[in-house]
Design a protein around this ligand. Structure first.
Ligand SMILES: O=C[C@H](O)[C@H](O)COP(=O)(O)O
Ligand SMILES: C=C(OP(=O)(O)O)C(=O)O
Length: 381
Protein backbone atom coordinates (compact mmCIF):
# COMPACT_ATOMS: atom_id res chain seq x y z
CA UNK A 1 0.00 0.00 0.00
CA UNK A 2 1.52 3.29 -0.99
CA UNK A 3 1.12 6.26 1.28
CA UNK A 4 0.15 9.62 -0.26
CA UNK A 5 2.66 12.32 0.38
CA UNK A 6 1.18 15.37 2.12
CA UNK A 7 1.87 17.62 -0.90
CA UNK A 8 -0.07 15.23 -3.19
CA UNK A 9 -3.29 15.06 -1.08
CA UNK A 10 -6.59 14.95 -3.08
CA UNK A 11 -8.18 18.40 -3.19
CA UNK A 12 -10.93 18.83 -0.60
CA UNK A 13 -14.33 19.10 -2.30
CA UNK A 14 -16.29 21.85 -0.57
CA UNK A 15 -19.97 21.11 -0.92
CA UNK A 16 -22.24 24.13 -0.44
CA UNK A 17 -25.54 22.82 0.82
CA UNK A 18 -28.65 24.17 -0.87
CA UNK A 19 -30.48 26.23 1.74
CA UNK A 20 -33.50 27.65 -0.07
CA UNK A 21 -36.60 26.32 -1.79
CA UNK A 22 -36.02 22.89 -0.34
CA UNK A 23 -39.74 22.40 0.07
CA UNK A 24 -41.06 24.52 -2.80
CA UNK A 25 -42.33 22.40 -5.68
CA UNK A 26 -43.06 25.21 -8.11
CA UNK A 27 -43.70 28.93 -8.43
CA UNK A 28 -45.85 30.34 -11.21
CA UNK A 29 -46.24 34.05 -11.74
CA UNK A 30 -49.77 35.41 -11.41
CA UNK A 31 -51.24 37.96 -13.76
CA UNK A 32 -50.78 41.45 -12.36
CA UNK A 33 -53.90 42.74 -10.55
CA UNK A 34 -54.21 45.58 -13.09
CA UNK A 35 -54.89 43.06 -15.90
CA UNK A 36 -57.46 41.09 -13.95
CA UNK A 37 -59.27 44.26 -12.90
CA UNK A 38 -59.15 45.68 -16.46
CA UNK A 39 -60.74 42.50 -17.82
CA UNK A 40 -63.81 43.15 -15.63
CA UNK A 41 -63.76 46.72 -14.34
CA UNK A 42 -66.44 48.11 -12.02
CA UNK A 43 -69.01 50.12 -13.93
CA UNK A 44 -70.39 53.38 -12.55
CA UNK A 45 -73.50 51.77 -11.04
CA UNK A 46 -71.45 49.10 -9.27
CA UNK A 47 -68.95 51.65 -7.98
CA UNK A 48 -71.83 53.78 -6.63
CA UNK A 49 -73.29 50.76 -4.86
CA UNK A 50 -69.92 49.82 -3.34
CA UNK A 51 -69.29 53.38 -2.13
CA UNK A 52 -72.76 53.92 -0.68
CA UNK A 53 -72.93 50.53 1.02
CA UNK A 54 -69.47 51.00 2.58
CA UNK A 55 -70.71 54.33 3.99
CA UNK A 56 -73.87 52.69 5.26
CA UNK A 57 -71.95 49.87 6.98
CA UNK A 58 -69.54 52.34 8.60
CA UNK A 59 -72.42 54.57 9.71
CA UNK A 60 -74.32 51.67 11.25
CA UNK A 61 -71.23 50.39 13.05
CA UNK A 62 -70.50 53.81 14.53
CA UNK A 63 -74.13 54.45 15.48
CA UNK A 64 -74.89 57.25 13.01
CA UNK A 65 -77.45 54.98 11.30
CA UNK A 66 -79.89 53.07 13.53
CA UNK A 67 -80.60 50.25 11.09
CA UNK A 68 -79.15 46.74 11.47
CA UNK A 69 -76.36 45.62 9.18
CA UNK A 70 -77.02 42.03 8.10
CA UNK A 71 -74.25 40.02 6.44
CA UNK A 72 -75.96 36.95 5.05
CA UNK A 73 -75.06 34.29 2.51
CA UNK A 74 -73.17 31.06 1.99
CA UNK A 75 -70.26 30.01 4.15
CA UNK A 76 -68.25 29.86 0.91
CA UNK A 77 -68.84 30.34 -2.79
CA UNK A 78 -68.11 27.19 -4.80
CA UNK A 79 -70.65 27.34 -7.65
CA UNK A 80 -71.06 30.79 -9.24
CA UNK A 81 -74.51 29.88 -10.67
CA UNK A 82 -75.90 28.90 -7.30
CA UNK A 83 -74.37 32.01 -5.72
CA UNK A 84 -76.10 34.19 -8.31
CA UNK A 85 -79.36 32.33 -7.93
CA UNK A 86 -79.10 33.11 -4.21
CA UNK A 87 -78.28 36.77 -4.94
CA UNK A 88 -81.37 37.10 -7.15
CA UNK A 89 -83.54 35.92 -4.24
CA UNK A 90 -81.81 38.11 -1.67
CA UNK A 91 -81.69 41.35 -3.69
CA UNK A 92 -85.48 42.04 -3.50
CA UNK A 93 -85.33 41.60 0.29
CA UNK A 94 -82.54 44.19 0.50
CA UNK A 95 -84.91 46.63 -1.22
CA UNK A 96 -87.97 45.59 0.77
CA UNK A 97 -86.27 46.02 4.16
CA UNK A 98 -84.04 48.98 3.27
CA UNK A 99 -85.60 51.23 5.94
CA UNK A 100 -84.57 48.84 8.69
CA UNK A 101 -81.77 46.63 7.37
CA UNK A 102 -78.62 47.14 5.35
CA UNK A 103 -78.32 43.71 3.74
CA UNK A 104 -74.90 42.67 2.43
CA UNK A 105 -74.36 39.25 0.86
CA UNK A 106 -71.61 37.01 2.23
CA UNK A 107 -69.44 36.31 -0.82
CA UNK A 108 -66.54 34.37 0.70
CA UNK A 109 -63.77 33.06 -1.56
CA UNK A 110 -60.96 32.32 0.91
CA UNK A 111 -61.47 29.79 3.70
CA UNK A 112 -59.13 29.60 6.68
CA UNK A 113 -58.91 25.98 7.83
CA UNK A 114 -58.38 24.63 11.33
CA UNK A 115 -55.87 22.19 9.83
CA UNK A 116 -56.36 21.31 6.17
CA UNK A 117 -59.27 21.29 3.74
CA UNK A 118 -60.60 23.05 0.64
CA UNK A 119 -59.38 26.65 0.89
CA UNK A 120 -62.00 28.23 -1.31
CA UNK A 121 -62.81 29.25 -4.87
CA UNK A 122 -59.72 31.38 -5.42
CA UNK A 123 -57.31 28.68 -4.26
CA UNK A 124 -58.93 25.70 -5.94
CA UNK A 125 -61.89 26.67 -8.16
CA UNK A 126 -62.26 23.13 -9.54
CA UNK A 127 -62.36 21.59 -6.03
CA UNK A 128 -60.14 18.92 -7.58
CA UNK A 129 -56.75 19.88 -6.14
CA UNK A 130 -55.66 21.41 -9.44
CA UNK A 131 -55.24 24.80 -7.69
CA UNK A 132 -55.93 26.95 -10.75
CA UNK A 133 -55.48 30.19 -8.82
CA UNK A 134 -55.40 32.31 -12.02
CA UNK A 135 -58.87 31.07 -12.90
CA UNK A 136 -59.96 31.40 -9.28
CA UNK A 137 -59.05 35.09 -9.13
CA UNK A 138 -60.87 35.91 -12.37
CA UNK A 139 -63.88 33.87 -11.33
CA UNK A 140 -64.05 35.51 -7.91
CA UNK A 141 -64.00 38.93 -9.51
CA UNK A 142 -66.77 37.92 -11.93
CA UNK A 143 -68.93 36.60 -9.12
CA UNK A 144 -68.52 39.87 -7.20
CA UNK A 145 -69.48 41.96 -10.23
CA UNK A 146 -72.44 39.73 -11.01
CA UNK A 147 -73.65 40.00 -7.41
CA UNK A 148 -73.30 43.80 -7.53
CA UNK A 149 -75.34 43.82 -10.75
CA UNK A 150 -78.28 42.32 -8.82
CA UNK A 151 -78.17 45.39 -6.54
CA UNK A 152 -76.52 43.61 -3.61
CA UNK A 153 -73.27 44.73 -1.99
CA UNK A 154 -70.80 41.99 -1.07
CA UNK A 155 -68.90 41.13 2.11
CA UNK A 156 -65.89 38.84 2.21
CA UNK A 157 -63.10 37.55 4.44
CA UNK A 158 -59.62 38.83 3.61
CA UNK A 159 -57.14 36.03 4.12
CA UNK A 160 -54.31 36.07 1.56
CA UNK A 161 -52.43 39.35 1.96
CA UNK A 162 -52.19 40.07 -1.78
CA UNK A 163 -55.57 38.90 -3.10
CA UNK A 164 -57.36 42.19 -2.19
CA UNK A 165 -55.50 43.87 -5.05
CA UNK A 166 -57.61 41.74 -7.40
CA UNK A 167 -61.04 42.12 -5.83
CA UNK A 168 -61.28 44.64 -2.98
CA UNK A 169 -62.61 47.47 -5.17
CA UNK A 170 -65.82 45.41 -5.48
CA UNK A 171 -66.19 44.64 -1.74
CA UNK A 172 -68.34 46.66 0.66
CA UNK A 173 -67.54 45.01 3.99
CA UNK A 174 -64.68 42.79 5.09
CA UNK A 175 -63.91 40.34 7.87
CA UNK A 176 -60.75 39.10 9.50
CA UNK A 177 -61.50 35.59 10.67
CA UNK A 178 -61.14 34.07 14.12
CA UNK A 179 -57.82 32.44 13.25
CA UNK A 180 -56.14 35.75 12.33
CA UNK A 181 -57.20 38.75 14.49
CA UNK A 182 -53.76 38.68 16.16
CA UNK A 183 -51.88 38.38 12.88
CA UNK A 184 -49.73 41.44 12.20
CA UNK A 185 -49.96 40.70 8.48
CA UNK A 186 -53.76 40.95 8.57
CA UNK A 187 -53.83 44.02 10.80
CA UNK A 188 -51.45 45.78 8.39
CA UNK A 189 -53.53 44.71 5.44
CA UNK A 190 -56.72 46.12 7.00
CA UNK A 191 -54.98 49.43 7.70
CA UNK A 192 -54.90 50.02 3.94
CA UNK A 193 -58.29 48.65 2.91
CA UNK A 194 -60.91 51.14 1.71
CA UNK A 195 -63.59 48.99 3.33
CA UNK A 196 -65.14 48.79 6.85
CA UNK A 197 -63.76 45.62 8.44
CA UNK A 198 -64.89 43.43 11.34
CA UNK A 199 -62.29 41.52 13.37
CA UNK A 200 -63.64 38.30 14.84
CA UNK A 201 -62.87 37.29 18.38
CA UNK A 202 -60.15 34.64 18.41
CA UNK A 203 -61.03 30.94 18.38
CA UNK A 204 -60.15 30.78 22.11
CA UNK A 205 -62.89 33.37 22.66
CA UNK A 206 -60.59 36.37 23.21
CA UNK A 207 -62.43 39.58 22.35
CA UNK A 208 -59.37 41.63 23.28
CA UNK A 209 -57.54 40.11 20.29
CA UNK A 210 -60.19 41.61 18.00
CA UNK A 211 -60.12 44.99 19.77
CA UNK A 212 -56.32 45.09 19.51
CA UNK A 213 -56.70 44.18 15.84
CA UNK A 214 -59.01 47.18 15.29
CA UNK A 215 -56.58 49.48 17.06
CA UNK A 216 -53.57 48.26 15.09
CA UNK A 217 -55.49 48.52 11.82
CA UNK A 218 -56.56 52.08 12.67
CA UNK A 219 -52.90 53.09 12.85
CA UNK A 220 -50.54 54.03 10.03
CA UNK A 221 -48.55 51.00 8.92
CA UNK A 222 -45.64 50.23 6.59
CA UNK A 223 -45.29 46.67 5.30
CA UNK A 224 -44.61 44.42 2.30
CA UNK A 225 -47.21 44.05 -0.42
CA UNK A 226 -47.67 44.12 -4.18
CA UNK A 227 -48.73 47.02 -6.37
CA UNK A 228 -51.27 46.93 -9.21
CA UNK A 229 -48.56 45.67 -11.55
CA UNK A 230 -47.74 42.80 -9.20
CA UNK A 231 -44.36 44.23 -8.17
CA UNK A 232 -43.13 43.57 -4.64
CA UNK A 233 -43.58 46.91 -2.89
CA UNK A 234 -43.28 48.75 0.38
CA UNK A 235 -46.83 49.78 1.22
CA UNK A 236 -47.51 52.72 3.56
CA UNK A 237 -51.06 53.20 4.78
CA UNK A 238 -52.95 55.89 6.67
CA UNK A 239 -54.96 53.46 8.86
CA UNK A 240 -58.55 52.26 8.72
CA UNK A 241 -60.88 54.01 11.20
CA UNK A 242 -63.86 51.82 10.24
CA UNK A 243 -63.07 48.65 12.19
CA UNK A 244 -65.30 46.81 14.63
CA UNK A 245 -65.60 43.57 16.58
CA UNK A 246 -67.50 40.42 15.61
CA UNK A 247 -68.58 38.03 18.37
CA UNK A 248 -68.50 34.48 16.96
CA UNK A 249 -68.16 32.32 20.08
CA UNK A 250 -65.10 30.25 20.87
CA UNK A 251 -63.79 26.92 22.08
CA UNK A 252 -65.55 27.41 25.43
CA UNK A 253 -68.94 28.10 23.89
CA UNK A 254 -71.09 30.91 22.53
CA UNK A 255 -70.69 34.61 23.31
CA UNK A 256 -73.87 36.05 21.76
CA UNK A 257 -75.81 36.25 25.03
CA UNK A 258 -76.45 39.41 26.99
CA UNK A 259 -73.67 38.92 29.56
CA UNK A 260 -71.02 38.17 26.92
CA UNK A 261 -72.18 41.16 24.88
CA UNK A 262 -72.06 43.40 27.94
CA UNK A 263 -68.50 42.23 28.70
CA UNK A 264 -67.45 42.93 25.11
CA UNK A 265 -69.07 46.38 25.18
CA UNK A 266 -67.17 47.21 28.38
CA UNK A 267 -63.89 46.27 26.69
CA UNK A 268 -64.83 48.46 23.72
CA UNK A 269 -65.65 51.36 26.02
CA UNK A 270 -62.29 50.99 27.80
CA UNK A 271 -60.58 51.21 24.43
CA UNK A 272 -62.55 54.31 23.46
CA UNK A 273 -64.31 52.48 20.64
CA UNK A 274 -67.99 52.67 19.65
CA UNK A 275 -69.98 50.26 21.76
CA UNK A 276 -71.36 48.47 18.76
CA UNK A 277 -70.99 44.81 17.85
CA UNK A 278 -71.52 42.43 14.97
CA UNK A 279 -72.89 39.15 16.28
CA UNK A 280 -72.25 36.06 14.16
CA UNK A 281 -75.09 33.56 14.62
CA UNK A 282 -72.95 30.75 13.22
CA UNK A 283 -69.52 29.24 14.06
CA UNK A 284 -68.84 29.11 17.81
CA UNK A 285 -72.23 30.72 18.49
CA UNK A 286 -74.19 27.89 16.89
CA UNK A 287 -71.71 25.10 17.56
CA UNK A 288 -71.73 24.87 13.73
CA UNK A 289 -75.27 23.45 13.94
CA UNK A 290 -77.18 25.43 11.31
CA UNK A 291 -80.50 24.81 13.04
CA UNK A 292 -79.16 26.61 16.13
CA UNK A 293 -78.50 29.73 14.04
CA UNK A 294 -82.21 30.49 13.86
CA UNK A 295 -82.50 30.33 17.66
CA UNK A 296 -79.50 32.68 18.02
CA UNK A 297 -80.95 35.18 15.54
CA UNK A 298 -84.34 35.10 17.29
CA UNK A 299 -82.70 35.81 20.66
CA UNK A 300 -80.78 38.72 19.14
CA UNK A 301 -83.93 40.04 17.43
CA UNK A 302 -85.76 39.90 20.76
CA UNK A 303 -83.06 42.00 22.45
CA UNK A 304 -82.90 44.48 19.56
CA UNK A 305 -86.67 44.92 19.66
CA UNK A 306 -86.38 45.56 23.41
CA UNK A 307 -84.04 48.47 22.64
CA UNK A 308 -80.52 46.95 22.79
CA UNK A 309 -78.26 49.29 20.83
CA UNK A 310 -75.06 47.28 21.27
CA UNK A 311 -76.16 44.89 18.53
CA UNK A 312 -75.36 46.80 15.35
CA UNK A 313 -75.10 43.87 12.97
CA UNK A 314 -75.88 40.20 12.58
CA UNK A 315 -74.10 37.60 10.45
CA UNK A 316 -75.85 34.48 9.15
CA UNK A 317 -74.59 31.57 7.07
CA UNK A 318 -77.35 30.77 4.63
CA UNK A 319 -77.70 29.11 1.23
CA UNK A 320 -80.46 27.75 -0.96
CA UNK A 321 -80.53 24.28 0.62
CA UNK A 322 -79.96 23.73 4.35
CA UNK A 323 -77.00 21.76 5.73
CA UNK A 324 -73.69 20.95 4.12
CA UNK A 325 -71.94 18.39 1.93
CA UNK A 326 -68.31 17.41 1.34
CA UNK A 327 -66.51 19.40 -1.41
CA UNK A 328 -66.11 17.46 -4.67
CA UNK A 329 -65.53 18.33 -8.34
CA UNK A 330 -68.94 16.92 -9.35
CA UNK A 331 -72.07 15.21 -8.07
CA UNK A 332 -72.90 18.00 -5.63
CA UNK A 333 -76.35 19.03 -4.41
CA UNK A 334 -77.13 22.38 -6.05
CA UNK A 335 -77.17 25.31 -3.63
CA UNK A 336 -75.81 23.51 -0.57
CA UNK A 337 -72.69 24.56 1.35
CA UNK A 338 -69.42 22.67 0.94
CA UNK A 339 -67.94 24.18 4.10
CA UNK A 340 -69.98 25.00 7.23
CA UNK A 341 -73.64 24.02 7.38
CA UNK A 342 -76.00 26.83 6.36
CA UNK A 343 -79.65 27.56 7.02
CA UNK A 344 -81.86 27.17 3.96
CA UNK A 345 -83.61 29.88 1.98
CA UNK A 346 -87.08 29.75 3.58
CA UNK A 347 -85.76 30.09 7.12
CA UNK A 348 -83.44 32.87 5.94
CA UNK A 349 -86.36 34.86 4.53
CA UNK A 350 -88.30 34.45 7.81
CA UNK A 351 -85.31 35.56 9.89
CA UNK A 352 -84.70 38.65 7.76
CA UNK A 353 -88.35 39.67 8.26
CA UNK A 354 -87.93 39.21 12.02
CA UNK A 355 -84.72 41.25 12.11
CA UNK A 356 -86.36 44.06 10.14
CA UNK A 357 -89.30 44.13 12.56
CA UNK A 358 -86.86 44.17 15.50
CA UNK A 359 -84.88 47.13 14.08
CA UNK A 360 -88.15 48.99 13.50
CA UNK A 361 -89.32 48.30 17.05
CA UNK A 362 -85.99 49.52 18.46
CA UNK A 363 -86.31 52.78 16.54
CA UNK A 364 -89.86 53.32 17.78
CA UNK A 365 -88.84 52.49 21.35
CA UNK A 366 -86.01 55.03 21.28
CA UNK A 367 -86.77 57.53 24.05
CA UNK A 368 -86.75 61.13 22.81
CA UNK A 369 -83.48 62.81 23.76
CA UNK A 370 -81.53 59.55 24.06
CA UNK A 371 -77.82 60.20 23.49
CA UNK A 372 -76.82 59.91 19.88
CA UNK A 373 -74.43 57.07 19.32
CA UNK A 374 -72.46 59.10 16.82
CA UNK A 375 -70.88 60.96 19.72
CA UNK A 376 -68.53 57.97 20.03
CA UNK A 377 -65.13 58.61 18.48
CA UNK A 378 -64.04 56.55 15.48
CA UNK A 379 -61.39 53.92 16.20
CA UNK A 380 -58.09 55.72 16.66
CA UNK A 381 -59.94 59.05 16.37
O1 LIG B 1 -66.30 29.14 8.10
C1 LIG B 1 -65.74 28.13 7.83
C2 LIG B 1 -65.05 27.29 8.79
O2 LIG B 1 -65.58 27.40 10.06
C3 LIG B 1 -63.60 27.60 8.85
O3 LIG B 1 -63.13 27.77 7.55
C4 LIG B 1 -62.85 26.49 9.56
O4 LIG B 1 -63.27 25.30 9.08
P1 LIG B 1 -62.63 23.90 9.50
O5 LIG B 1 -62.56 23.86 10.98
O6 LIG B 1 -63.60 22.92 8.92
O7 LIG B 1 -61.28 23.81 8.87
C1 LIG C 1 -64.20 31.22 8.74
C2 LIG C 1 -65.24 31.92 9.20
O1 LIG C 1 -65.50 32.16 10.47
P1 LIG C 1 -64.55 32.08 11.74
O2 LIG C 1 -63.32 32.85 11.36
O3 LIG C 1 -65.37 32.72 12.79
O4 LIG C 1 -64.26 30.65 12.00
C3 LIG C 1 -66.26 32.47 8.30
O5 LIG C 1 -67.02 33.36 8.70
O6 LIG C 1 -66.29 32.02 7.16
Amino acid sequence: MSRTAPDQAAPTVVRTPRTSDLRVRSMEPLEPPREVVAARPLNAAAADLVASSRDAAASIMSGRDDRLLVVVGPCSIHDPSAALDYAHRLAPLRTAYADDLEIVMRVYFEKPRTTVGWKGLINDPGMDESYDVRRGLRLARSVLLDVLATGLPAGTEFLEPTSPQYIADAVSWGAIGARTPESQVHRQLVSGLSVPVGFKNATDGSVQAAIDGCRAAAAEQTFFGIDADGRASVVSTSGNPDCHVILRGGHDGPNYGVSSRRAALELLEKSGMPQRLVVDASHGNSGKDHVRQAAVVRELAHDVAAGDRGIAAVMLESFLVPGKQAPAPDGLTYGQSVTDACIGWDVTADLLAELAAAARARRLAQPAGAPRLDTYPRVGG
